[in-house]
Ligand binder design. Structure first.
Ligand code: MN
Ligand code: MN
Length: 468
């Protein structure tokens, strides 16, 4: 009797795998496989947007700038400086009924090359780096790194760089001190163990040869000569480049039971991919469906490719213009009646570090999509707090569609905190809630998610867009 009552009244805390049918397990594996394949092609924001555009093109989406007018059913996108992208399907309902927006980010923590990266020391050539986003620096030494990005020459020509992903490519690494000589280093606080200025990438050791003559800075010269022959660039050209170092690991199935995904950049490519994947399967939505793939979230969403920029307003205004309905104040009105899922990852409960989590309010790997009613830190400072009415609306969508979800908080009170792009769209007047996949080892070179949650994210985003 009390068991029945418990089942009726208690929150469901079992793993999603427990009740997954064989058919569901198949679907889980399918979505996870396409996710991992995508990750292996799209490790940086530029690569993600390039692949997303290709996927959109092959699914009947077209650049909004090619349309004179828009009508319900039209599938459009706008690519902002090759680093962020907005996609939409025009809904059947009038646009003043609001948009259904899902917004994620496609940038991830990494190491960027400095503008003047190259130097030689002790017969070795290096690239200096400047880390991007919140990283634990020690995690980025002694792992295989690959080099991705662009070098733009003054004549406008762009050289694309991608070294270290193919089996035949060389990879790169950042060295660390051997334990035998690390007595002093090991006494330091973990955050000071590796100096930011020491995150230099080892890239060469052969000096340029000119007969028997010893050439000063010969290793550096040899590297520049290789780069010049391969890409036609000089040292100066590296100042107008954006080259990112990311782990050379591939996305892999993890665990003896194959239940998890280990990969670089799952924050937030797991939400970016699952929302994009869901959007590609959408047809005939009632409310205009919008998918945001934003950049620069990891460093505060600023700049013209970040969510704080007016580029998104510009995109929606273009839709209003091309629908032929625009009038003063309409943009505000549209935002005020819009609903959004800020699709960003949540901290998964890690039993090895249980002390940082409130176990009754943590997001657990394998229990489905994780909703954060609010983010922020300390006394909810900086929080984007979803209204109870909206949380209930979202819960209803999830429950109707049999989607497993959990409502969680990022860590214990006063332990830390975080934020996403939620507040930016909430400030425009939309109802917003954070809604994403729980991750273990967030911001590390290799992050872990549950395939069940990846699948739940895909189902959630699709159901949200299909909701009236
Ligand atoms: Mn994120
Ligand atoms: Mn992050």
């Amino acid at each position: 009797m009390e068991e029945d009552l418990k089942k009726k009244l208690f929150r469901n805390k079992t793993t999603g795998w427990e009740n997954a049918s064989e058919k569901e397990k198949e679907e889980i594996n399918e979505v996870s496989k396409s996710y991992m394949d995508f990750l292996n092609k799209a490790k940086t924001e530029r690569e993600f947007i390039k692949c997303a555009k290709e996927l959109a093109d092959s699914n009947g989406y077209k650049d909004i700038m090619t349309f004179e007018t828009l009508k319900p059913g039209d599938k459009i996108y706008f690519v902002n400086r090759k680093k962020s992208m907005y996609l939409a399907i025009i809904g059947e309902n009038g646009i003043e009924n609001g948009l259904h927006i899902i917004g994620s980010h496609v940038d991830s923590p990494r190491l960027d090359l400095k503008p003047n990266p190259l130097f030689e020391e002790g017969g070795l050539a290096y690239f200096k780096t400047h880390y991007y986003g919140g990283i634990k620096k020690y995690q980025w030494t002694t792992i295989p790194l690959s080099m991705h990005g662009v070098i733009v020459k003054t004549n406008g020509e762009t050289v694309e760089i991608n070294i270290g992903e193919n089996e035949d490519d060389p990879i790169f690494t950042i060295t660390d001190l051997l334990p035998h000589l690390a007595q002093e280093q090991m006494e330091k606080k973990l955050k000071n163990g590796i100096d930011g200025e020491n995150l230099s990438l080892l890239i060469g050791s052969i000096p340029f040869k000119n007969g028997d003559k010893k050439v000063p800075e010969g290793v550096k010269l040899n590297i520049l000569n290789i780069l010049n022959q391969k890409y036609g660039i000089t040292e100066e050209d590296l100042t107008s480049a954006e080259i990112e170092l990311v782990p050379a690991f591939r996305a892999r199935t993890m665990g003896l039971d194959g239940s998890m995904v280990a990969a670089y950049g799952q924050d937030d490519k797991v939400c970016a991919y699952t929302s994009l994947h869901a959007m590609m399967e959408l047809e005939n939505v009632k409310n205009t469906a919008v998918c945001i793939l934003s950049d620069k979230e990891e460093i505060g969403s600023i700049g013209n490719t970040g969510m704080e920029s007016h580029m998104f307003d510009f995109f929606i205004s273009e839709i209003l213009n091309k629908l032929g309905v625009n009038r003063p104040n309409l943009l505000d009105r549209v935002f005020c009646s819009s609903k959004m899922l800020s699709s960003d990852v949540d901290a998964g409960f890690d039993p090895l570090y249980a002390s940082v989590s409130d176990t009754t309010n943590a997001g657990y790997i394998g229990r489905g999509i994780s909703l954060n009613k609010y983010t922020g830190s300390r006394g909810k400072s900086g929080a984007s707090d979803a209204n109870a009415e909206y949380v209930a609306w979202v819960r209803n969508v999830l429950e109707k569609n049999n989607i497993r979800y959990q409502v969680a908080e990022l860590g214990k009170v006063d332990i830390g905190g975080g934020g996403t792009i939620a507040y930016i769209i909430a400030n425009k007047g939309a109802d917003v809630i954070d809604c994403g996949v729980p991750v273990l080892s967030m911001h590390a070179p290799y992050e872990v998610t549950s395939k069940f949650d990846v699948y739940s994210a895909y189902k959630t985003y699709k159901a949200f867009w299909q909701e009236q």
